[in-house]
Design a protein around this ligand. Structure first.
Ligand SMILES: O=C(O)CC1=CCC(=O)O1
Length: 265
């Protein structure tokens, strides 16, 4: 476990994989931490250097008081990569992690060479959705609204109570700090990356679960249409978190994209 203070916030991170190989950086979604990537990373770490981190208010990273802006999350990741002396990485981001990846590529282009945008958008939701979520989380806590969130995250078969991982990921969600969760809802409410993302010129893969109830396939297709040359792939039998429900298919799409966009030596 590694903890580094960047921008006044202690960020939990881990570097795995193979020294000297191209770097993949993974950024997670609202209410999750970097363990959601474990099964994907296990399939990629022989061929890549892997950076995992928890955004502020999530996992083991410090929870600063709400609200947050998307630029807080973007600048935390930029500072972490500076600390690790990394430039030109492929950023793999899911949901708000995908927005952090887009924001990083727009604001700090030297840090990013390729993007893998999973179950995300250039804008996710609208003011009313995020305002009511912020109010609910602050008044009653995450557990009180967890059922609705989990229905959008996972397919019905994964949500069976006898499925042990479902219980585990429910705990991950409900144990997220209120400041981290609500703070990031403010960031989502206020972020519209349409114009920044339209200007991006780098190899990009967009992925979405066919049953994603949070950022459905049409939204992710629209995102891919904004970025010149971006690929768009749908993963079968997955909700909002294909890295958990379909890690093999997710890792295979990422590996193929990386192979096809790596310049010949
Ligand atoms: O909680 C959800 O509905 C899913 C989600 C939206 C943005 C994000 O990061 O997760």
């Amino acid at each position: 476990m590694n903890f580094t203070r960047v921008n006044g916030v202690v960020i939990h991170h881990e570097v795995r994989g193979t020294v000297g190989k191209p770097v993949l950086v993974f950024s997670s979604s609202l209410g999750t931490d970097f363990r959601i990537w474990d099964a994907v990373v296990a399939r990629l770490e022989a061929d890549y250097r892997i950076v995992l981190y928890d955004k502020r208010g999530h996992g083991l990273s410090e929870a600063t008081p709400q609200p947050y802006a998307l630029s807080d999350h973007v600048d935390d990741l930029a500072a972490l990569l500076d600390h690790l002396d990394i430039t030109g990485a492929t950023i793999v981001g899911l949901s708000v992690g995908g927005m952090i990846a887009q924001g990083l590529a727009a604001r700090w282009p030297h840090l990013v060479s390729r993007l893998v945008l999973c179950d995300t958008g250039h804008k996710i939701g609208h003011d009313e959705l995020w305002n009511s979520r912020i109010e609910a989380v602050n008044e009653t806590g995450i557990a009180a609204i967890a059922d609705g969130i989990l229905q959008r995250w996972f397919t019905p078969s994964f949500r069976a109570p006898e499925n042990a991982p479902f219980i585990g990921y429910t705990a991950m969600l409900t144990r997220t700090t209120v400041d981290g969760y609500a703070g990031t809802c403010f960031a989502l409410r206020d972020a519209d990356l349409t114009e920044d993302t339209r200007a991006l010129k780098l190899p990009t893969l967009c992925i979405v679960g066919d049953q994603d109830g949070s950022t459905p396939p049409d939204l992710v297709r629209e995102l891919s249409n904004l970025i010149e040359g971006a690929r768009f792939e749908i993963i079968a039998d997955a909700g909002h978190l294909p890295c958990i429900e379909q890690p093999e298919a997710t890792a295979a799409l990422i590996a193929n994209f990386l192979r096809e966009t790596t310049p010949a030596a």
